[in-house]
Design a protein around this ligand. Structure first.
Ligand SMILES: Nc1nc2c(c(=O)[nH]1)N[C@H]1C(S)=C(S)[C@@H](COP(=O)(O)O)O[C@H]1N2
Ligand SMILES: [Mo]
Length: 264
């Protein structure tokens, strides 16, 4: 009988661990066997771990005031892709630039800048942090990446979002849309892709992005280091793995030894 009562209580505790504190308070009269004690520990741990995970999942990067904006936002890495194709786009004010969303989506998309500017925009003032040891505060405007991905319809196998850029750091010719080794690319997981501060940005400090800062479209992924913020984005590929893309480590710098997650 005693055993049955303990099992019943255990089942009640497992089913209703949200009320763990109440149940602990009301089982003082029972002599707990070691297994019961473990369950109480696990419940407490689980509550703490899951709450922390939930909080962290949507942890926001700090946002700043307009008066905090850096007078000069340093440009870094590629300052101009300078290919014939890119230069022609720049000369046409990027009116023919397309952002393609491909891969594990039910509704692949090809969007013009005008399309993207028509979507709900978010503006945020954040601090950029480059591994080379400088920071800058800027005001970015763009569309939330999560919105685009939602519209594209993610397949259940989707795990990563890869950004393919127009610049090639080794000067190799582009391979007809395929990722060549020197071409800049980046990737993030779905948690960061759907984070509310993750933007496909088209404006810096209220002006259309200029060429040094990634015209016409660049990523802002505010809880990550500078090299994750892909500039000159041409296509967004939803995938279950980046093992077969370029060096297989998820980014131009990652293929050269940098960390993939790169949280600040
Ligand atoms: N396409 C592309 N994106 C890129 C880079 C690059 O060379 N090419 N450099 C990265 C690095 S190291 C940093 S610090 C930021 C710099 O962005 P900014 O030029 O707007 O300051 O862009 C990142 N994104
Ligand atoms: Mo950087």
């Amino acid at each position: 009988m005693a055993d049955a009562r303990i099992i019943t209580r255990r089942a009640a505790i497992v089913a209703g661990f949200g009320a763990a504190g109440y149940l602990v308070a009301n089982t003082n009269a029972l002599t707990l066997n070691p297994a019961m004690a473990k369950i109480f520990e696990a419940v407490e741990d689980w509550t703490r771990i899951s709450q922390r995970a939930l909080l962290n999942a949507d942890r926001l990067a700090p946002e700043y005031r307009p008066s905090d904006i850096s007078p000069v936002f340093k440009a870094n890495g590629t300052l101009n892709p300078n290919t014939d194709v890119y230069n022609a786009h720049a000369a046409a004010n990027f009116s023919d630039w397309r952002l393609n969303i491909t891969g594990l989506v039910s509704n692949p998309m090809s969007l013009s800048l005008a399309d993207i500017r028509r979507l709900p925009a978010r503006t945020q003032i954040t601090k950029h942090d480059c591994v080379e040891g400088w920071t800058a505060i800027g005001m970015w405007t763009g569309v939330q990446l999560g919105l685009l991905l939602k519209a594209a319809g993610m397949s259940p196998q989707a795990r990563y979002v890869v950004f393919h850029c127009a610049d090639n750091l080794s000067g190799e010719p582009a391979k007809g849309g395929e990722q060549s080794p020197g071409q800049y690319y980046e990737s993030i997981d779905l948690k960061d892709a759907f984070h509310p501060q993750t933007l496909i940005a088209y404006a810096l400090n209220g002006n259309p992005l200029d060429v040094p800062h990634g015209a016409p479209l660049r990523l802002r992924v505010e809880r990550q280091l500078g090299y994750k913020h892909a500039k000159y984005i041409q296509s967004i590929q939803v995938t279950d793995s980046f093992a077969n893309i370029a060096g297989g480590r998820g980014g131009y710098w990652e293929d050269r030894g940098y960390e993939w997650y790169a949280g600040i």
